[in-house]
Structure formats: structure tokens, C-alpha cells
Design a protein around this ligand. Structure first.
Ligand code: ADP
Ligand code: MG
Length: 150
């Protein structure tokens, strides 16, 4: 199943991510796809707020991964720089850790991703409108999407 959400503002997108934060559990992996400026990092900011992260979340493009303390830790990855690279920065440690992992540009590390995960695609419709599609892989994420849709 696919679950489509439409947002009209940055705040809408953060609110959706905030709701998601209440449903995820330690060890969950979320992927974010979408062009530059689609809203991947914005979504992650909303998710982090919902997880109780108080520090400002910024794009980890140059560091690849940033860790934040919240009620559940947040591991925020942007693997854009790993396109055409086989480099494994120790992904399993994160994916199997006690935090929520969010991966921007996840298709660049497809071979390392766990089978069970929530894939999220963000499409920029115009300056403010976005189509956000959730593609759950596995029952746990299927359940989460159904809850979000209610
Ligand atoms: P990405 O990480 O995908 O490159 P960012 O989240 O860094 O994208 O940037 C998204 C930009 O689009 C931000 O400047 C944000 O304010 C703007 N924006 C406008 N409308 C929305 C919306 N509905 N959802 C998310 N971002 C939006
Ligand atoms: Mg980004």
C-alpha cells in the first residue's frame, strides 16, 4: 500500500513528521527521497521535535551522519556524497541501534538498507505544496501508516 499526504506549508510537513514521531520505536529506519529543496531536512526537523530533540537539526551533508539526543536518539544521515561509492560508514550500527535513523538520499546506499523500513518520497508541486508518499515495508510500518491516515 501507498499512503499519500499533501502539505501546503513547511509547518504542515513538520506537523506530519511530528505525528510520525509518536508512532516510531527504537531501531526504526526511515528513508527520505526527493530532489534538493523538496523538504527532506524540513521533515526531519519535525520528526526530531516530536522525538524531543531540542538542538537545532541541520543538514548533515558534510558529515554524513549527525546524532541528536531526544526521548529516543535520532541518527540523521544525508548520504548524497556516497553516490557511486561503496563506502560503509558502519550503517548497521545505526540501523540496529536504539535510535530512529533517517536517511536522506537513501537510494545511494540501497544495498545497506534493512528490508523493514518506511520509505518516504517528497515531491515538490510548487513553492509551497508537497506530495508526500509513504511506502511502508513490513507490518510495523504498515500499521504506522494506517494510524497516520485515520
Ligand atoms: P531537502 O532536504 O529535501 O533538500 P529542505 O528541507 O532543506 O530540502 O528544504 C525545503 C525548502 O522548501 C525549505 O526552504 C522550506 O521552507 C521550503 N518549503 C516550502 N513549502 C514546504 C512544504 N510544504 N514542506 C516542506 N518544505 C517546504
Ligand atoms: Mg536535506
Amino acid at each position: 500500500m501507498e499512503y499519500l499526504f499533501e502539505t501546503q506549508t513547511e509547518e504542515d510537513t513538520k506537523r506530519l513528521a511530528n505525528k510520525l514521531a509518536l508512532l516510531v520505536k527504537p531501531g526504526d529506519v526511515l528513508t527520505l527521497e526527493g530532489d534538493l529543496g523538496a523538504g527532506k531536512t524540513t521533515f526531519t526537523k519535525g520528526l526530531g521535535a516530536g522525538l524531543g530533540v531540542r538542538r537545532t537539526i541541520n543538514s548533515p551533508t558534510f558529515t554524513i551522519v549527525k546524532e541528536y539526543q531526544g526521548e529516543i536518539p535520532l541518527y540523521h544521515m544525508d548520504v548524497y556524497r556516497l553516490e557511486n561509492s561503496e563506502e560503509d560508514i558502519g550503517f548497521d550500527e545505526y540501523f540496529q541501534g536504539d535510535g530512529i535513523t533517517v536517511v536522506e538520499w537513501a537510494s545511494f546506499i540501497e544495498e545497506y538498507l534493512p528490508d523493514e523500513r518506511l520509505d518516504i518520497e517528497i515531491l515538490r508541486v510548487d513553492e509551497h505544496a508537497r506530495k508526500i508518499t509513504f511506502l511502508p515495508k513490513g507490518e510495523h510500518f504498515e500499521f504506522i501508516c494506517k494510524e497516520l491516515y485515520r
